[in-house]
Structures are given as structure tokens and as C-alpha cells.
Design a protein around this ligand. Structure first.
Ligand code: 26V
Length: 833
């Protein structure tokens, strides 16, 4: 496809240059608006097949997205067409993207132009944006991080391709049935996806099962060859990722699974109509649905098939590109850096070896050199139940050749230990790629570690814990391998798009360059006590709280008062994240208000949101408890005006965009040492919510940046947690020492919130009394203290807003642009302009 800029194109460029954040009222030029309006009408007629009169919101969305996609393609083709010296390949089983329309408009500088074009057509931009389904191809933090990184790489013009799976069904839709979580399939593709390009020419065969044969190629040289029993096709679907100011466009390439033969015709003609398509159903099952667990390895075969499917397709694709561009696969590591997002693509280690050995005839040494200089691995959790291992038996059945390669890699790895005088069985057992302690299982973390050039953690604390715990012995063998890369978030989505009011304030206060250089936010420090500025900042928050109150009323029927303190905990429901600690504090506060109803309590609204893995019973019970407590509290006239509790169903990226700018307080209260980083914590602080949190993950670095006086820290640190856990009766002692905690637990255990089933919450309260793996009881009193300090702080608005503004002003470092620059320089060795 060739591209000649038309005069219309030039006009649009002029309009783009003029569109500005500082002057939303300034009209975009008439030409640009007219051009876009005609483009949208054209798409509506000729692609969607509707007239303006018959178009639904969803049709307008499709037409608008298609018109903008053309602009992205133009931006792409206007950009540098030269082959880049080095590309980054980001392999991730999850990309939690959310909506793309506002991202695309904002990065192309076309928000106001699009608004005006649609207004001319009698359509409101907000409703069109609302008609886009979230692309929820991820569970939580890990998937959302991948999406932020893709946007930042495009904005920094880092040549990159993201590789993942095009799930037909993303993360399930959550509804609450009398407080019980129900899951329904999510159907984001039901009306097509206007952003994607299908690329049937990029289709690869992915094998499973079968056997390995040997042949002698010459005297003494034997080659092994895998003969799979089954083949599935991976078909590329590309989503363009446009960077800030449309300067650069990257690709997110998602693989869809298809059968080699869509139908067994003979079987069909023989009358077996179902059997004739069963092979197809089996093949397509691979990209059918996202696994909804985010923390425990269920070890199902389909999951391993997904992992191998997308990893093999991605490696075949990037090798094909490399050979087409450079001729020789031996230079792959000079021109490609592959990042493995967690261990989900760790099968890349033996798969890249296999492709180099068998498809490209490299020697073992050369193949190992290329592999270990191309691959890098990011670890996102140290929780033992989330560390992936696969039974050797399953691997041998599904991927027999890979299992042989893993054995050989492991044999050489253990031999190497011997050469360094490490023969002791205990040492060899800890560094081995095979865990022999509960059946024989392949340790995917060890495999990724060993096959990678660099291994990184996602916050300073997490990286330290990697070095001192899970990867201690492997780290000692290669002390430079582990590096830290603290996570970040894209400010384009989480500040500019989610909070245009705050963005406008920042632009007016410190200038337009804040849109390009987040460090300029620091200029807001000078306004932290400026009465006029503070008033506008507070008005911004008030407006967002009113908007959130409408959403809450709409979705739950609960009325909340925007002048109360909005105290928010939104994230996956997991015991280590301690939503239960927050609920228990809510119960204790409820009791305290009832005991002293005439005291001057700070009015609070506790807002919860998050999904539980469908098989995670304890997490679902925590949701039910939050809902039952909400019912009791909200119905009690004695606490009216002081305390309200809300559980917002179906938490998603779009809902986060509405909630975060409306939050006064951000709950980041995980057991210290357990949250690898957190990224929600960054989104809240950037938008000026104050954090109540533990010394865990990136909270520690947030404290360093915003200053200890502008964050509420409580509880044990990671070392304290380890020490206290070793005490045999820590939970009983903590409950004995805190009558307030004891009373709250008694109230829950007594059935006060579940009179129709008094023992409903015993699994929660019994666990706390006897086990309390996450040390809720131990941290409770200090959490209570911090919360009362927050109540007091709320009564001094000037000091509160000062802290909020200082949070916004000092969060620039947490931009994912900074994270991506660090990866580029220290891991990938690619130049950033
Ligand atoms: C693990 C598993 C285990 C097998 C079943 C399916 C599944 C799906 C996802 C995961 C990933 C869990 C790891 C994860 O999401 N970690 C989070 O990563 C964030 C980004 O680095 C970080 O901010 C969070 O603290 C960390 O919990």
C-alpha cells in the first residue's frame, strides 16, 4: 500500500497541531471537523451498513473507531518505514486493555475534533465512548501492566510487537445475586472488533503430542525431530497501538486458534454431523476463553496448550521476520529482545532452542547462546501457589520434544554446579529445573530464569525478596542477572483521559509541556496552598464524586453523599490483599458509631470493587460479607450520614477510570512482602487520593516520592511479618490484645450480618482465630489508628488538599514511560529517542 498525503490530509495535520488541551473551548478547525464527520458517515454507510437514522450507539462507535483507525494507519505510514535496528517482543498471556477509543483520540490529538464531528451528526461523544466494550483480555495487575507498557513503548517510539491470545471471551462478567458472585461469559467480540486487522498470511502451525524420531545426519551426528500428533493453526489478528501525538504506531498481535480442516467432509457426508466438526471445536478451544484465576496454578492441560500455542506462534513469527530482514538467524539476539511476562510464556526457552536446532540447524552451543541472549523474564509474584509448575508426565505427553530439551538443559545446568564444587544433593535439588518433592514437575520460574539474560522484579522490595527467597540459590550463581524495574502506569490513560479536569488544571498551572514531560507535574507543588488553585482542585474532585455517586445509585440503588470521604478498595479479591481487614474495620467503626452516636464522626463511604476467581470460595465469601455488612449498615438509621458501604459489581478498567478520580482515600493494605508492586496504588496517588497502606510493593517507593507526611503507613514491614508468623499463637494474642477486634469478629461470627444463616461467615472468622495466614489480626490495631488519623485529617481541608496536590505533583516517576526507558536501556539495549 502506498500513501500520498492528500490536501485533506494536510488540513488535518494543521488541525492536529492546533488542537490543544489548554483550550478545550477553542473550536477545532472547521475543515478537520468536516473531514472527520464525512469519514464517520462513510464508515457508517459502507462498512456498518446503516443510515444515521437507523444507527444505534454501537454503530456510531464502530463508524467512529473505523474512521480513527484510518488516521492511525495514516500516522503509521507517515512514520519511519525503515527496518529498526532492534525490536522488542513483549510476550504476555494477558493484555487488559479496556476501551481504545479515548486512547486513540487523545494520542492522535483528535478528542475535540471527534466531539465536534459527532455533535454535527447529533451524537454525543460520551455515549459513543460508552458503547465500546472493554477488551478485558486479562485478570488484573499483570495484564493491565502489559497494556500500559504497550502504550508507553508506542509513545516512546520503541519498535515493539506485543504478542498474546485473541480470546473470544475475556474476563467473566460479575454480577451479585444477593451478594453472591455470579459469573457470566463476557462477549466483547459479539459485534465484531473495529480496531483489528485479520492477517491470514501470518498463520503458523502449532503441534501437540506425538513422538520424537531420530535420524543420523552424518557420522556421529544425530538429529531429533518432533512428529506432532495434532496441529492447530495460529492466525494473527493485529490491533494498532498508537503512541502520544501519533508519532509512532506499534502492533499488538493476538493469535486466534483455528483447525487445519474446518470440517471432516467424509465424516459429515457419512451422517456424523457433530463428529465432523469436533476436531475444529477442540482446536478452537485454545483461544476460546481467558483463564479467570490470577493466583493459583490449576495445572489444566488447556492452559498449557494456550501457553505453548501463543509462545510458539510468536517465536515462529519473529524468527521469520528476522530471517526475512537479516538473512541469518544467528544474529537474532542483536536485533530482537524478547520479554516474557511472567512464566506463562516460559516454554519459549525450549521452543526457541527447538526452532533453532531443528528448523535452522544450529549447534546446541549456538542455539543456547542466541536463546540466552534474546530472552528476558519478569517475575510478578512470589506467592508459592502462583509459581507455575507442570507435571513432567503432562509435558511428556503434550510436548515430548520440549521435555527432552528441558532435561538436557537441566543436565548441563547441574553439571555446571559440579564444576563449581557444588555436589551436595540439597543444593542440586533447589536449583534443579525439575521439582522432585511432590511428584515430578517442571519449575517454570527456574526454567525462565535459567534461559534469560535478565530477570526482573517489579518493585524494589519485590526484587530484594526475589534475591533473598525464591531465587536465592540461582541468584548466587549469577548475581548480575536479577535487576529491578519498578512498575509504572501510562499517564495518558490514567491522568489525561480518566481525569481531563485535573489535566486541564495542571496544564493551566504549569504549562502544556506537562503532557509530554510528567516531571513538570512537580510545578504543582507551588500551588498546594494557593487558595484559588486548591478551590479548583477540590471542585474537580467534587464533580467526579458526584458522577461516581450517580453510577453507584444506578448500579446498586445505594445513595451516597459526595461530601463524605470516599474510601476505596478496588482490585482482585484475594486474601493477601486483605479486603477482609477493611471489612472488619468497617464493622468496628459501625460498632463505635453506634456506641457513641453523638460524637462528631467523619462521614465515610467505603467503596469496594473486584472479582474473585470462580473457584476461590474464601474470596467469594469475603464479597458476600462486604455485601451483607453493607446491607446492615446502610439500613441502620443510627449511622446514617456517617457510614455507607458499597460493593460495586463488575469492576473493570472502564469502571476504574470512573472511580479513581473520585477517590479521597486509596486502600493498599496487603500483607507486607506479598504484593509484588501494585499499580492501582500509583493511579490513585497520581489523581490525588491519599494512600492508607502497608510497607509493601511499590507503596514503599510511593512513600519515598510523595513524602512520609503525605501517606498513611501502618502495620508490620516484610521482615516483621516473617518474624511474627514464626510465633505460634500470634493471632490469638492479637485478638486478646484488641477488644475492638474481638468484638468485631464476634459480631460477624454471631450471625448478626447473616441472621438467616448464622454460621455463614465462620469459615472467615475461624480462619482468622486459628490460622490468619495474612496477619490481619496483627495489623488490625495499627490500621484502626491510621484510619482515625485519617478521620482527623479530613476535618482540616486545607491540609488535606495540600497533601492531595503534593501527591499529584510528586508521582511523575511512576509513569510507565520511565519503566519502559529503564527496560530499553538496561534489559533490551535498544535506543530510545
Ligand atoms: C498467575 C496465574 C497462575 C496460574 C493461573 C492463572 C494465572 C493468571 C495470572 C497470574 C499472574 C499473577 C501474578 C500477578 O498478576 N501479579 C501482579 O503483577 C502486577 C504487575 O506487576 C503487580 O503490580 C501485582 O502486585 C502482582 O500481584
Amino acid at each position: 500500500m502506498s500513501h500520498k498525503p492528500s490536501s485533506g490530509h494536510r488540513r488535518r495535520q494543521d488541525a492536529k497541531a492546533k488542537e490543544s488541551w489548554s483550550a478545550p473551548a477553542r473550536a477545532s478547525t472547521g475543515d478537520a471537523v468536516a473531514d472527520l464527520r464525512e469519514a464517520i458517515l462513510g464508515k457508517l454507510a459502507f462498512v456498518v451498513g446503516k443510515t444515521p437514522a437507523s444507527a444505534r450507539e454501537r454503530d456510531w462507535f464502530a463508524a467512529t473507531a473505523l474512521a480513527l483507525r484510518d488516521r492511525i494507519v495514516e500516522a503509521c505510514m507517515a512514520g519511519d518505514q525503515a527496518i529498526p535496528n532492534k525490536r522488542v517482543y513483549y510476550l504476555s498471556l494477558e493484555f487488559l486493555i479496556g476501551r481504545l477509543l479515548s486512547d486513540a483520540m487523545n494520542n492522535l490529538g483528535l478528542v475535540e475534533t471527534t466531539r465536534a464531528a459527532l455533535r454535527d451528526l447529533g451524537v454525543e461523544l460520551g455515549t459513543v465512548e460508552g458503547a465500546e466494550p472493554d477488551a478485558a483480555l486479562g485478570n488484573g495487575g499483570l495484564g493491565r501492566l502489559a497494556a500500559c507498557f504497550m502504550e508507553s513503548m508506542a509513545s516512546l517510539s520503541i519498535p515493539a510487537i506485543g504478542y498474546g491470545i485473541r480470546y473470544d471471551h475475556g474476563l467473566f462478567r460479575q454480577s451479585l445475586d444477593d451478594g453472591w458472585q455470579r459469573e457470566a461469559p463476557e462477549t466483547w467480540l459479539s459485534e465484531g472488533n473495529p480496531w483489528e486487522f485479520v492477517r491470514p498470511e501470518a498463520t503458523y502451525a502449532i503441534g501437540f503430542g506425538g513422538s520424537v524420531t531420530m535420524s543420523a545426519v552424518s557420522e556421529g551426528v544425530i538429529r531429533r525431530h518432533w512428529q506432532p500428533a495434532e496441529t492447530v493453526l495460529a492466525v494473527a489478528h493485529d490491533v494498532p497501538v498508537v503512541g502520544w501525538r501519533g508519532r509512532h504506531v506499534n502492533t499488538l498481535r493476538l493469535w486466534k486458534a483455528e483447525a487445519e480442516a474446518p470440517i471432516e467432509l467424509a465424516q459429515f457426508n457419512g451422517g456424523d454431523h457433530v463428529g465432523a466438526v469436533s476436531g475444529r471445536a477442540r482446536a478452537e478451544a485454545i483461544s476460546r476463553v481467558l483463564y479467570p484465576s490470577d493466583s493459583s496454578t490449576a495445572g489444566q492441560e488447556l492452559r498449557l496448550r494456550q501457553e505453548y500455542f501463543f509462545t510458539s506462534a510468536s517465536l515462529q513469527d519473529l524468527i521469520r521476520r528476522h530471517v526475512a530482514e537479516r538473512g541469518d538467524v544467528r544474529s537474532l539476539h542483536d536485533h530482537a529482545a524478547i520479554q516474557l511476562n511472567d512464566t506463562h510464556p516460559a516454554i519459549a526457552v525450549p521452543e526457541l532452542m527447538r526452532l533453532l536446532l531443528e528448523e535452522h540447524q544450529l549447534t546446541w552451543e549456538d542455539a543456547w547462546h542466541v536463546t540466552t541472549n534474546t530472552l528476558n523474564y519478569t517475575n510478578h509474584t512470589l506467592l508459592p501457589e502462583a509459581l507455575e509448575t507442570w507435571p513432567v508426565e503432562l509435558m511428556e505427553r503434550l510436548l515430548p520434544r520440549h521435555m527432552q530439551i528441558i532435561y538436557l538443559i537441566n543436565w548441563m545446568h547441574l553439571e555446571e554446579q559440579g564444576k563449581h564444587g557444588r555436589h551436595d544433593a540439597a543444593h542440586l535439588a533447589t536449583v534443579s529445573l525439575i521439582d522432585e518433592s511432590h511428584g515430578r514437575r517442571v519449575r517454570m520460574g527456574h526454567l525462565a530464569f535459567h534461559g534469560a539474560r535478565r530477570v526482573n522484579g517489579v518493585s524494589a522490595l519485590h526484587t530484594d525478596l526475589m534475591r533473598s527467597t525464591v531465587f536465592k540459590d540461582l541468584h548466587a550463581l549469577d548475581p548480575d542477572k536479577i535487576v529491578n524495574k519498578t512498575n509504572g502506569i501510562t499517564f495518558r490513560r490514567w491522568l489525561h483521559n480518566a481525569n481531563p479536569e485535573l489535566t486541564r488544571l495542571a496544564v493551566e498551572a504549569v504549562g502544556e509541556r506537562v503532557l509530554d514531560e510528567p516531571e513538570a507535574l512537580r510545578g504543582l507543588e507551588a500551588f498546594a496552598e494557593d487558595t484559588a488553585f486548591v478551590k479548583r482542585y477540590a471542585a474537580m474532585r467534587r464533580a467526579r464524586k458526584e458522577a461516581l455517586a450517580e453510577i453507584v445509585a444506578d448500579r446498586t440503588g445505594i445513595d451516597i453523599d459526595p461530601s463524605a470521604l470516599f474510601d476505596v478498595q478496588i482490585k482482585r479479591i484475594h486474601e493477601y490483599k486483605r479486603q477482609l481487614l477493611n471489612v472488619i474495620e468497617t464493622v468496628a467503626l459501625y460498632q463505635a458509631i453506634k456506641a457513641e452516636p453523638h460524637k462528631d464522626w467523619t462521614p465515610r463511604v467505603k467503596i469496594f470493587g473486584g472479582k474473585a476467581a470462580p473457584s476461590y470460595a474464601q474470596a467469594k465469601l469475603i464479597i458476600k460479607l462486604a455485601c451483607d455488612v453493607a446491607k446492615a449498615v446502610n439500613d441502620d438509621p443510627e449511622v446514617a450520614g456517617r457510614l455507607k458501604v458499597v460493593f460495586l459489581p463488575n469492576y473493570s478498567v472502564s469502571l476504574a477510570e470512573a472511580i479513581i478520580p473520585a477517590a479521597d482515600l486509596s486502600e493498599q493494605i496487603s500483607t507486607a512482602g506479598m504484593e509484588a508492586s501494585g499499580t492501582g496504588n500509583m493511579k490513585f496517588a497520581l489523581n490525588g487520593a491519599l494512600t492508607v497502606g502497608t510497607l509493601d510493593g511499590a507503596n514503599i517507593e510511593i512513600r519515598e516520592h510523595v513524602g512520609p507526611e503525605n501517606i498513611f503507613i501502618f502495620g508490620l514491614d516484610a521482615a516483621g511479618v516473617q518474624a511474627r508468623m514464626a510465633e505460634p499463637s500470634f493471632a490469638r494474642d492479637a485478638i486478646l490484645a484488641s477488644p475492638r477486634l474481638a468484638a468485631a469478629l464476634d459480631m460477624i461470627a454471631s450471625g448478626r450480618f447473616s441472621p438467616e444463616e448464622p454460621n455463614r461467615f465462620r469459615p472467615l472468622t475461624d480462619d482468622l482465630r486459628h490460622r490468619d495466614q495474612y496477619l490481619l489480626t496483627v495489623d488490625f490495631e495499627d490500621y484502626w489508628r491510621a484510619q482515625r488519623e485519617i478521620d482527623a485529617a479530613w476535618t482540616h481541608p486545607a491540609a488535606w488538599w495540600r497533601r492531595a496536590i503534593l501527591n499529584t505533583a510528586r508521582m511523575a516517576w511512576f509513569s510507565s514511560d520511565r519503566s519502559m526507558r529503564e527496560y530499553a536501556q538496561e534489559i533490551w539495549r535498544v535506543r530510545v529517542a
